[in-house]
Design a protein. Sequence first.
Length: 442
Amino acid sequence: MTLALDRSTETAAAVPAVAGAALRVPLVTGGDIGYANLDHAASAPCLDAVRSAVDEFLPWYASVHRGAGFASQVSTRLYERTRDVLRRFVDARNGDSVIFTRNTTDAFNLLAKALPRKTSVVVFDSEHHAALLPWRGPNVRRVQLPRTRLAAVSVVDEALAECPQGPRLVVVAGASNVTGELLPVAEIAAVARKHGARVALDAAQLAPHRRISVRELDVDYVALSGHKLYAPFGAGALIGRGDWLRAAEPYLAGGGATKLVTEEAVVWNSGEERHEAGSPNTVGVYALGVACEQLSAHWDALRAHEAALLERLRKGLEGLPGFAELRFFDAPVDRVGTVSFVVEGFEPGWLAAVLSAEYGIGVRDGAFCAHVAARRLLREAGSEAQQAVRVSLGLGNTEEHVDRLVLALRQIVARGARWEYAKVDGRWAPVGDTRELPGFCA
Ligand SMILES: Cc1ncc(COP(=O)(O)O)c(C=O)c1O
């Protein structure tokens, strides 16, 4: 049997390669070009190592937990072992639960359902909708993220001081999906402790770029998504303190979450399975674990790679006529490789369409599922636009991608597009586009 169960000992080298690095896409103006995927913050490409691990595993893939067959034992072992991989990945406390979910959104919805009655929740308005919307009711306090990190900590302090007695939770992103800026998580956690509050870290944008330590940050829960962590097979996780989770109603009712079902009663599992009813996504979970191990083995190279690209990008964008970047904080802060901006006189959706059709560059346009925050930042940047363009860097990028983007923006601003565009179903698209999608889309 060649199936490798432990990849954590692989030695660090250059940054791990991703699937699609050699992908070429057709241009509306004719010919094709290497795809520049500058949209890692939405979904990152699959790591090559993840793809080959999944390929190696697939012949062994079988039912987990209740299957008696040998392949079921292999699958069960990989599935359960990945809980430890995730615990290590975020440096969780001994005994922290690791519940597999579909993604961060799912993880926060699960946590929201598991909160003790009358839990007060404090959350910044800058959060992604996944971290902003699951908390409902009169005990939720949305606070505006101020323009300094220090003030952000004070705002949480004040909001917690006004909360009624009882359980309290602060929800905060590690890194903003709009601006890439890192939030002062450890400082917020320290203030939360003072008020007896717990902290849930939205690590969807932080985990692909920075080592996370639950113990050092002193947070209670971490939510993350595999598809942003180079493992796009549909798994995510909620990691954290087990007491509220064990006491809560199962997230979903069904098989796997139960110990015993009789005509009269149901005895639910008390461990992680309590919230994992239904057949689990074993392949996705395994892929997520492999990705976490890969990133853990390459942090130094990854950070150096992304920092160099980010600096190149920022230098390139400096001085672009009409360019305004969205930022929460006045002073420069540590950040991941995500930059959102507007260019005066150019609609973001149109710019994104031109970058794609004429330059083979994939970026995101919109309000990035953070509508409240994006609108405010646009106003503060002096723009009347309701949306922005977002460029987000990761392992799939090269210097050429960044240079191409910068050159493309300069050309578009200087002389416009070479093609004609019109809105189709509310989105800009090239007129008379004859490019065909690959055959497997038919
Ligand atoms: C900061 C942040 N939190 C949560 C999410 C939600 O992640 P998912 O769509 O994987 O549930 C995202 C997705 O973009 C995000 O950027």
